[in-house]
Design a protein around this ligand. Structure first.
Ligand code: PLP
Length: 426
């Protein structure tokens, strides 16, 4: 075989890269706990949890066993006209742990698809009520909801990675990015903007869609719970549905099982994904309440979606095992410990010449730089110092597996300092 990295470079597309001049890739041959092992034998402490997913770390015996047990009875079967124990048990568990009013589950294969399903639910709901004018979505700047067309239409038009598609996307309504920070009250000026927007647009709006408290890939921004709370009350007042995208925040990442709990808010529709399977497979879910589910089903109405791999039994089995593993542990103390350590250790970079802002919330730490970073140069520095951190734009951020130990987390935050110094000198 030719040099595998050369083959990769020549023939395989990686996320958001050029086919002819891609960023460098590193070959990983195995992963265990919080460590990735590279083909050259080097091991790296993982700061990314494979994009929010691998909350229990890699190669976990409990999760391995769940998949191995399931594979012996069935790997997959169609979900049209068929049901199975893994789906039933997982749905029961998810309904049990999510806000009380959410009672109906639609399984799909990825986060973006679960957002498409959420949008369809909202549109179909108003359609079935004869309110066809309610066909737009309302959201905030700085959001990210996935890469498919419906999801792209509610991503931030600039930071959401999809600006080149603007001309073909449905035009939804964007409010400014929330300015009131997490753990702070809602700024009265922002409150007014929210109220004016609802007042002006509510008749044409089917739903508000938001990432609760933590905006992820659109800018790694943490905003006030009061902001979310106020949106939720305006939704009720103006008869607009609320969709919360918990794909990144769900399953403990922010210190609550679901980020909406910080604001004591119950959405009409909720999207789950990423950490649901513990990072083992791809699976997502869209949940809704009885009002929406029964509304869609008026006069024989059906929800028009049905992925081939819907409720894949392997994915359901490992999701259930991952959720049970999370709940069996003192997870909220673990997250609180990670948060305290991130707050303390990132604070020392606040006055670094290259830095504009540092922030930490739950098991997420962010250092925002003055200029966009050179991703491949910085990544090289990180790998040299035995950590896996993948910055984007002006953001160096980590969201490690929950099982990370304090000395390992210190290695990550120390490496960020080394990375910042390397920016300064280049
Ligand atoms: C990652 C993400 C998505 C998209 O999920 P995929 O599984 O990549 O399709 C949607 N919303 C949020 C908030 C995400 O972080």
């Amino acid at each position: 075989m030719k040099n595998p990295i050369d083959f990769d470079r020549k023939h395989i597309w990686h996320p958001y890269t050029s086919a002819v001049e891609p960023l460098p890739t590193y070959e990983v041959v195995s992963a265990e706990g919080v460590r990735l092992t590279l083909a050259n034998g080097k091991t790296l402490i993982d700061g990314m949890s494979s994009w929010w997913c691998a909350i229990h770390g890699y190669n976990h015996p409990t999760l391995n066993e769940a998949i191995q047990t399931q594979i012996k009875s069935m790997s997959h079967v169609m979900f049209g006209g068929i049901t199975h124990q893994p789906a039933i048990q997982l749905a029961e568990k998810i309904i049990d742990i999510t806000p009380k009013s959410l009672e109906h589950v639609f399984f799909s294969d990825s986060g973006s698809v679960s957002v498409e399903v959420a949008i369809k639910m909202a549109m179909q709901y108003w359609n079935a009520q004869g309110r066809i004018e309610k066909s737009r979505l309302l959201t905030i700047r700085g959001g990210y909801h996935g890469d498919t067309f419906g999801a792209m239409s509610v991503c931030d038009p600039e930071t959401g990675m999809h600006e080149r598609f603007q001309s073909v996307l449905p035009q939804h309504i964007f409010m400014p990015r929330p300015q009131s920070r997490v753990n702070e009250p809602l700024d009265p000026l922002e409150k007014t903007i929210l109220e004016e927007t609802f007042e002006k647009h509510h008749k044409e709006v089917a739903a508000v869609i938001l990432e609760p408290i933590v905006q992820g890939a659109g800018g790694m921004w943490f905003y006030s719970a009061e902001y979310l709370k106020h949106i939720s009350s305006l939704c009720k007042q103006y008869n607009v549905l609320l969709i919360l995208d918990e794909i990144a925040t769900g399953f403990g990442r922010t210190g609550k099982l679901f980020a909406c709990e910080h604001a004591q808010v119950e959405p009409d529709i909720m999207c789950l994904g990423k950490a649901m399977t513990g990072g083992y497979m791809t699976q997502a879910a869209t949940l809704t309440n009885r009002r929406v589910a029964e509304g869609i089903s008026t006069d024989g109405g059906v929800l028009m979606h049905g992925p081939t791999f819907m409720a894949n039994p392997l994915a359901c089995a490992v999701s259930l095992a991952s959720i049970e593993l999370l709940l069996s542990d003192d997870w909220s103390n673990k997250i609180a410990g990670i948060e305290t350590q991130l707050v303390n250790e990132l604070a020392k970079y606040k006055s670094h010449s290259t830095v504009v802002d540092i922030r930490a919330f739950g098991a997420i730490g962010v250092v925002q730089t003055k200029e966009p970073v050179n991703v491949s140069a910085l990544q090289k520095v990180f790998v040299k110092h035995d950590v896996w951190i993948r910055p984007f734009n002006d953001l160096i951020y980590i969201m490690p597996p929950f099982v990370i130990q304090p000395d390992e987390l210190l290695d990550l935050t120390d490496a960020i300092g080394i990375g910042l110094d390397s920016i300064e000198t280049t």
